[in-house]
Design a binder for this molecule. Structure first.
Ligand SMILES: [Zn+2]
Length: 245
């Protein structure tokens, strides 16, 4: 049961026919593991915490630098030189003290993901490299967790939601990479691009938790120069992909 304060805080969600009090109660029980507190991670975490999920675990090993501020909207000039997850925890807790925030300053490697994945409902990829995206996809499938994966470059982005063992996974869509572009030089990024894709990731968590339509078996391609959003049907590879066995 929601108390009066919670009813007031989430009143604009509760009056939505798609959410209601029951939906809000579901959100309050939802636990999310978010990898990355940068361009995608800032809006994703802000909207998840504002919407009233139950718990957010954020993993990032980075510190805030001046060149981050153009797109990583959790951070301010005074945060430069400090741990991203520590600042994120402070700002997110100030936004909504009902949400349990667990800030982990570490690399998102296999060991760390395995350590935190068991207790959550979702893994959200807000990383900036393909290697981590494949690792998150694989960890989510192994541990039977939903995952949301997004990528951005310049004015372009893609996002997919994976229902483990049921829908197509990230690796059904993309083959495992070798050396990638972002290993060689920083990619161009218009700051609003991760703003939009990170917001869509938060929305996918919320809608999936509520049983609303989501991006399972669908890759959403976003072109913010043309302002086009294209949905591409993707098919689960039932023979050779890691999600098939
Ligand atoms: Zn697959």
């Amino acid at each position: 049961m929601l108390d009066e304060k919670l009813k007031e805080r989430y009143s604009r969600q509760i009056i939505s026919k798609s959410i209601g009090e029951k939906g809000q109660e579901k959100l309050l029980k939802t636990k999310v593991l978010q990898i990355g507190a940068g361009g995608l991670g800032s809006p994703c975490a802000l909207y998840l915490v504002a919407a009233g999920i139950g718990e957010l675990i954020i993993i990032d090993n980075d510190i805030v630098s001046l060149s981050n501020l153009q797109r990583q909207i959790l951070f301010s000039e005074e945060d430069i030189g400090q741990s991203k997850v520590q600042i994120a925890k402070k700002k997110l807790s100030a936004l909504n003290s009902n949400v349990k925030i667990n800030a982990i300053k570490d690399y998102a490697n296999e060991y760390i993901l395995r350590k935190y994945v068991s207790d959550v409902d979702f893994i959200v990829d807000c990383s900036d490299n393909m290697k981590t995206k494949f690792l998150i996809n694989h960890t989510a499938i192994q541990n039977n967790k939903f995952c949301i994966i997004a990528g951005i470059k310049d004015f372009y982005g893609q996002i997919i939601t994976v229902n483990p063992k049921v829908s197509a996974c990230y690796q059904c869509v993309y083959s495992n990479p070798g050396l990638e572009e972002s290993d060689i030089a920083p990619l161009p990024v218009m700051g609003a691009t991760p703003g939009i894709l990170g917001t869509l990731e938060a929305l996918e968590v919320i809608k999936t938790a509520l049983g609303l339509p989501n991006l399972e078996n669908t890759l959403l391609m976003v072109n913010l120069l043309d302002m086009t959003f294209n949905k591409i049907d993707v098919v689960k590879d039932n023979n050779t992909c890691i999600c098939s066995h």
